[in-house]
Design a protein around this ligand. Structure first.
Ligand code: PHE
Length: 494
């Protein structure tokens, strides 16, 4: 008997938990203010409705219909497509291995928040004290001991939660979803009552419609929707597969998509009220406060916190607990996408699989917390998201749009769902989303070949970028071969 969610609410909470993560708190606000502020909301919401929601429905619906994680679900469309399914869940295994790095940093920051350990040198604290960043990717060094502790805490938490499978996830998400939201409200109230906060908010919301003419803005909107809704990584397929046969899909997908984007929009107010305050204190314009996405969470926030007139440790602790609770449910969703695929095939207990996964992933993740680890983290993140996920998303739309009986799929979804899907859904999967993803992929490729990402040496992007993607392909082929072998043994026995 397949495991089940406790309730529909538990499923929706878990889906929101996976979607809402660090991508909402630092990535969205940052991308928005670089891309036209308030005007960015237009391409962003168009991306949500033309690609995000249709794909979310596809993924949750496919998992539910096939009662399998991504490898089994695609294998049920055409046996050879199981290979494609292994590729998508391989990416999710890859993401969780480096995503854990951000959580490891957060644990260490939580410790320093107790006494505002970064002082007034937050940037140098992040780069020189915490990361001890080396001069380049060639100079790796050994893992830093305090980050090893943070990393161990991260994996131990993931293991403890996944040990009992999705039944446990059903309970945990009732803490990890609402808690960071409440904490964000606390931070927002603090932020809005600081001098300069309104300058920040104005900067965030003032639309610059001229920016909409630039294709790059549209690409960023689609990229952000993709990452933020945890699409193309097998996560939502795996989660959908634990729904009962007649469970509602379309409305659950709508709720998940809208809640995720609403939370991103909301988080923007928190971040920009703090940035506005920081700009006032430092006497600089808002856009000059920080330059990078990572910098926002680990540089700008710590500065803002240490500048607060009172209760600094309290707000520091709240901020890093927010980051940890936001990230942890995305992390275990990613791991679960992979292990669901394995469990469908080889029927191992959740506890054993969670253990084996962590035992392999933890040592690999130590690479990212060496002195040169930050560079590898950055390269692998870029390649997996911009090339791996986009390619997987494209493949997914084409497979379901053309090889699966998509008309019947729509009828099926309409039978079980509260909201009825029009033919627009099929158009989105067949034409609109594939066309946009193809453009994104080509533009990313051209950019990469024009100039090396962040000016990293070419050998590093070949190893960390294309090399890592090739390893995942190899892993997918191996798993696919073993799985076909298992099938043929089963068939002989029959
Ligand atoms: N959606 C998560 C976030 O916003 C990240 C993620 C990507 C999770 C892909 C799962 C799969 O942080």
């Amino acid at each position: 008997m397949r495991e089940r969610w406790h309730s529909r609410t538990a499923f929706i909470m878990a889906a929101i938990g996976s979607a809402v993560g660090l991508g909402n708190v630092w990535r969205f606000p940052y991308v928005a203010y670089q891309s036209g502020g308030g005007a960015f909301l237009i391409p962003y919401f168009i991306a949500l409705f033309t690609a995000g929601i249709p794909m979310l429905i596809l993924e949750m619906g496919l998992g539910q219909r096939m009662q399998r994680g991504a490898p089994g679900a695609f294998g049920a469309i055409r046996p050879k497509l199981e290979l494609f399914g292994w590729w998508t869940v391989g990416l999710s295994a890859g993401i969780v291995i480096y995503y854990s790095t951000i959580l490891a940093w957060s644990w260490v920051y939580l410790w320093h928040a107790v006494h505002s350990g970064w002082g007034d040198q937050a940037e140098s604290f992040f780069i020189n004290t915490i990361l001890q960043r080396s001069s380049g990717p060639a100079e790796l060094g050994t893992p830093l001991w305090y980050l090893v502790i943070g990393m161990a805490l991260t994996w131990a938490t993931v293991f403890l939660i996944l040990r009992k499978g999705v039944r446990n996830v059903s309970k945990v998400v009732f803490i990890t979803v609402p808690l960071p939201l409440i904490l964000l409200v606390v931070l927002l109230i603090r932020g809005l009552t600081l001098p300069g906060a309104l300058d920040g908010i104005r900067y965030y919301l003032t639309p610059d419609f001229k920016m909409l003419a630039s294709p790059a803005i549209w690409l960023r909107a689609y990229g952000q929707i993709f990452f933020s809704l945890s699409l193309a990584s097998g996560v939502m397929i795996g989660y959908g597969s634990y729904l009962g046969k007649r469970a509602e899909i379309t409305n659950s997908a709508l709720i998940t998509g809208l809640a995720n984007c609403g939370i991103s929009f909301f988080a923007g107010f928190v971040v920009f009220s703090m940035l506005g305050y920081l700009a006032r204190v430092q006497g600089v314009p808002v856009p000059e406060v920080t330059a990078s996405g990572t910098g926002l969470a680990f540089v700008a926030f710590p500065i803002a916190i240490s500048q607060l007139p009172a209760l600094n440790s309290f707000f520091g602790i709240i901020f890093f607990v927010t980051l940890l609770t936001l990230g942890i449910d995305s992390a275990f969703a990613l791991q679960e996408a992979f292990t669901t695929g394995v469990r469908d095939k080889w029927n191992q207990s959740p506890g054993k699989l969670a253990f084996v996964f962590v035992a392999i992933a933890f040592p690999i993740s130590l690479i990212f917390i060496t002195k040169g680890g930050f560079y590898w983290f950055d390269i692998i993140d870029k390649w997996i998201c911009d090339f791996g996920l986009v390619a997987a998303g494209l493949g997914q739309c084409l497979i379901v749009g053309y090889l699966d009986r998509v008309q019947d799929f729509r009828v099926y979804l309409n039978e079980i769902s509260e909201v009825k899907l029009g033919v627009w859904w099929i158009w989105a999967l067949r034409y609109v989303t594939p066309a946009i993803l193809t453009v994104i992929l080509i533009v990313n490729l051209i950019n990469e070949f024009k100039s090396s990402y962040q000016g990293y040496p070419r050998w590093a992007t070949w190893i960390g970028g294309w090399g890592v993607l090739a390893i995942f392909l190899l892993l997918a082929v191996i798993l696919y071969k073993i799985s076909s072998h298992t099938d043929s043994i089963h068939n002989k026995e029959k």
